[in-house]
Design a binder for this molecule. Sequence first.
Ligand code: GDP
Ligand code: K
Ligand code: MG
Length: 296
Amino acid sequence: MSFKSGFVAIVGRPNVGKSTFLNHVMGQKIAIMSDKAQTTRNKIQGVYTTENEQIVFVDTPGIHKPKTALGDYMVEAAYSAIREVDAIIFMVAADEARGKGDDMIIERLKNASVPVFLVINKIDKVRPDDLLAVIEDYSSQMDFEEVVPISALQGNNTSHLVDTLVEHIDEGPQYFPEDVITDHPERFLVSEMIREKVLQLTREEVPHSVAVVTDSMKRDEDTGKMHIMATIVVERASQKGIIIGKGGSMLKKIGTLARKDIEAMLGEKVYLELWVKVKKDWRDKRFDLQDFGYRK
Ligand code: GDP
Ligand code: K
Ligand code: MG
């Protein structure tokens, strides 16, 4: 049997579950998740390989109306993914009505030259009748190759979705070795795991104002542990106060939770040293964006 391969972009509004799906398929965390919009800022590739096929999933930032230079970067990252792939998953949430944001994406997808799959996620949150209404509503907007309802969180029907994609991809090369699961370097994943904890533990404007840079990863000869130094960048002094917390309690919590994820990823003990720095309005400054890993 010949080998099949293809690139598949996952697009959709923020918070529909794109990253949750990717992590579920990969069987480990390569994209961070939270209930905050704009959790995913870069394109993230997850490489799914079996004996007979390889699908490179491209997780994208949610498509929204950008208000900052960072927002522009994110939306462009999502749209560029659409142009570079062999198939597209358009993900929506079963428990939310179709909105302006969805219509904006549908307009773009109508011109796509590759098959578009409508994936309705979070079916665990609705009754079967409501699901039918959602399917009918979206199907009236454009022709989809197939419609696949799933629950990314519970893993319902996700393997059926993968099988469906495999049916539609063509013969092709194995792009990545079979042990590669993502195109991002470890340092990036370390930064993201720290940023995820900040997103999960803080509220309002703080999550959107945070960037994380991994400054160094070095093995400590004495303890044998991996010593990681990372900086959490915020836009205002007040935000720095929130991140540090009373007597350093918040920073400690972020560090402890992030360290566990990083240890699971690296498969070894980690000593995580976190710093907090204020960089005013970095989200609107081109040079800062580049420094913090948001490069065009
Ligand atoms: P993204 O912005 O599209 O990447 O969405 P995320 O993967 O970050 O998920 C956004 C939120 O939806 C998180 O709180 C997830 O736990 C939740 N979520 C994702 N998939 C499901 C699902 O199938 N069912 C339910 N109930 N929640 C989900
Ligand atoms: K999210
Ligand atoms: Mg995401």
